[in-house]
Write a protein that binds this ligand. Structure first.
Ligand SMILES: *Cc1c(COP(=O)(O)O)cnc(C)c1O
Length: 220
């Protein structure tokens, strides 16, 4: 069986410098993260506040922690001191709370707006018009301790590669449109799309950050 280090190397080879890899370590024990860290890797993704914070507390402090899961406002305070990027902002209310907690920690927290692109009804996310409404609102301008640095999206969980590609392409189009926003707290740079099953398509369609779990660590 290939080691974690080999799986990361293989994945990065396929990315070919076009996108950065986030190793999705959710449900994996601390020992697995340590092995990943010791292989020289520093960018980890988690989807639960408590789990991420517990791992943060025991691991070296030069790790970049990416929150990729659905967030509740009352839990933001736990990750605000250390989170590197929140990928899953899907409500204005959440952004206000992130701003408040970031201010308490005297920092600016980078965020992505999660856009709904899949066919399934179950995935979280904003529509293009909802996201636009947030970015255009004057209330948004008052948020000085967050920065929207891009968008995140998840394609449908289907074997239909044409559909997956179409959904990623749609997100890239929205991303390109939003690049014209000139605000102190907006700087559209990152497009977080692609997971184990579809990251190669995502990169072909312009992803800059891929979130890969099972292809590196095995099935959960
Ligand atoms: C779990 C998860 C991933 C990684 O999924 P894999 O299929 O294991 O690569 C990526 N993004 C989000 C939002 C996730 O929750």
């Amino acid at each position: 069986m290939p080691t974690i280090a080999q799986n990361i190397e293989d994945t990065e080879k396929k990315l070919n410098g076009k996108a950065r890899l986030i190793a999705v370590t959710k449900t994996k024990p601390v020992e697995v993260l340590e092995e990943t860290y010791n292989a020289g890797f520093r960018r980890f993704g988690e989807n639960k506040v408590q789990e991420m914070t517990a791992k943060y507390e025991v691991l070296p402090k030069d790790i970049e922690w990416h929150m990729i899961g659905h967030l509740q406002s009352n839990k933001i305070k736990y990750i605000a001191p250390y989170v590197s990027l929140i990928h899953s902002v899907d409500q204005f209310k959440l952004l206000k709370e992130i701003n408040k907690e970031a201010k308490k920690n005297d920092r600016i927290i980078n965020c992505l707006l999660q856009i709904f692109i899949a066919e399934e009804e179950t995935k979280f996310g904003l529509s293009e018009s909802e996201a636009k409404e947030i970015l255009e609102s004057s209330e948004f301008d008052l948020l000085t301790n967050i920065k929207i640095i891009g968008l995140m999206g998840m394609a449908s969980n289907t074997d239909d590669q044409t559909q997956v590609r179409q959904e990623f392409r749609q997100l890239k189009t929205i991303f390109d449109t939003f690049k014209s926003f000139q605000k102190h707290n907006v700087d559209m740079q990152e497009l977080s799309m692609g997971m184990s099953g579809d990251y190669q398509i995502a990169v072909e369609e312009g992803s800059t950050l891929v979130r890969v779990g099972s292809a590196i660590f095995g099935a959960r």
